[in-house]
Design a binder for this molecule. Sequence first.
Ligand code: DGY
Length: 338
Amino acid sequence: MNGSASVQRDWIRHPTMSSQRPTIWIARTLTDATLARAQRDYNVLIDEVDSANDADRIVDMSARVDGILPCHSEVFDAATVARLDSRTKIIANHSVGVDHCDLDALKARGIVVTNTPEVLDDATAEIVMLLMLGAARRAPEGERTVRSGVWNDWNPAFLLGQQVSGHRLGIVGMGGIGKVVARRARGFDMHVHYHNRSRLPVDQEQGAIYHDTLESLLAVSQFLSINCPSTPATRHIINRETLALLPRGAILVNAARGAVVDEDALLDAIKSGHLAAAGLDCFEQEPGGNPLFAAHENIFMLPHLGSATVQTRDAMGARALDNLDAYFAGREPGDRLV
Ligand code: DGY
C-alpha cells in the first residue's frame, strides 16, 4: 500500500520548500494517496519512523510548521499544548476520536482542531462484528489449533461457541459507528438495545430499544459493544460494578477506546467466567496492549484495526486535508471542533 516511488517520504532529501505554500507536519505513515495529495499542495515534513508520540518532538515540530496532521497516537495534553510554538495554527487530526487532544487548552491557545467523522463508520462497524463473531465462535483457539498443526481430531462437541443470531446486543454510544453496528447486527437477527446521552429520533432507531441508563442496558445485554467516545465522563464506565450487571456468560466487545473499560475488572470477569469472552481492538496501553490478557484464549484481540482499510484510510486522509485546505484558504474547516 505504501512506499510507491511517487511518494517522497524523506523530507531531508527533498528540502525544496515553497514560501507560497503552508508547511505541515505529517506525524505518521499515511496512505500513498494521502501523502501524494499532501505533497502536491503543501510543504510536507514527514518522519522517517513513526515515533511522534513524544512531547518534545511535537513541541519542536510546532515551531517548524503551520499545521500538524497527527493521529490519535500523538498526545496534545495541556502541558504539551502550553509549550507549542505559536507558528502552528491548526491540528487536523487523522482520526474521529480526539481524546488525545485537550480541546480546552488548544482553544485557549487559539489553535484550530478538526477530526474525521463519518468516513470510518463502516470499517469500524465491520471490526465490531468481527470481534463479536470471533469472540463468540472461539476464533483465536480455532485459528491457533489449525495454524500450529495440532488439529488432529474433530467431533460435534469440539470448540463449541455461542451463536450471535437471535441474541440481545447492547450498544453503548449510538453515534455514527453505533448506528452502523446496529444495522449490521440486525442482519444477524440480533435484537438491538442501546444507551446514549439522548434518545434517537424514532425513525433512526429502526426498532432498537432505548435505555436511559447504562445500568438498565447492561442488565439485558447478552452481547455488549462499546461505541462511545473516550472522555473524562466515560473513563472506566465499564468497571467491576457495571460488569456485574451483565448477564452471566455475556460477551463484551470494544472497538472504541481502552480507557472506557477498567482492564483489571475485565480480566477478573473473564477469569471468573462471568464474561464468556471478550473482543478487543483497543487497550488502555497502546501500542502493546495488556500482556495479562494473552493467557486467555477467550479474549480475541486486534491491534487497533477498526478503520484499517485502504478506502477508509484514504477517506480519512482526504477529510483531514480538506480541513487543512479550508483553513489555509480562509474558510471554516468542515470538521472544526474548536
Ligand atoms: C479514530 O479515528 O479515532 C480511530 O481510532 C483511528 O485513529
